[in-house]
Design a protein around this ligand. Structure first.
Ligand code: CA
Ligand code: CA
Ligand code: CA
Length: 173
């Protein structure tokens, strides 16, 4: 890094991230699905797979150090919009730019499962999904786009995103 604007904090973070990568990547110097799931402490292999897809820019199925640093920097130092965009793509399973009922259901199920509150949840996921969509889906077409999502009261979805950020932050610090 030769950027003179790179602050000491930034440089320190980069060093921390590099150490975190080395610790999890193993001898092949790449983070595969199992290593990523373990590194993030995720119960859901599906969620780990989604994170891997977002980090894996060259689509070779594993995360290189460069890909890891780029992704982690976006999540740690990026704008709120960058972070939300990451979370949105995480749950947009078919990549059509919208969260539909099934994707919202999956997102809520996973968030609840990761938080170990699935047994305690009084409302079934189906009902939560309906409430969420009703709050976030302003033009009532049954799905949520990124722009609308951003401005809507998508509190549950944001909590899901926070969980991922928290996991990432915890593992790299
Ligand atoms: Ca590895
Ligand atoms: Ca890759
Ligand atoms: Ca979708």
């Amino acid at each position: 890094m030769t950027d003179p604007r790179l602050s000491a904090v930034d440089a320190k973070l980069l060093a921390t991230l590099e150490r975190a990568f080395d610790a999890h990547a193993g001898h092949d110097a790449h983070i595969d699905l199992a290593e990523l799931q373990k590194a993030l402490g995720l119960r859901s292999e599906y969620l780990a797979r989604r994170v891997l897809l977002l980090f894996d820019s060259n689509r070779d199925g594993v995360v290189s150090k460069e890909e890891f640093l780029a992704g982690a920097r976006t999540l740690l130092l990026g704008s709120d919009r960058d972070k939300l965009w990451f979370a949105f793509r995480l749950y947009d399973h078919d990549g059509d730019g919208f969260l539909d009922h099934h994707e919202v259901m999956r997102m809520l199920s996973m968030t609840l499962a990761e938080d170990e509150i699935v047994e305690r949840a009084k409302q079934p996921v189906e009902q939560l999904a309906r409430v969420f969509l009703k709050a976030a889906d302003r033009n009532a077409d049954g799905r949520v786009s990124f722009e609308r999502e951003r401005s809507a009261k998508g509190a549950r979805r944001r909590r899901g995103a926070k969980k991922v950020y928290r996991s990432l932050l915890m593992r790299v610090s």
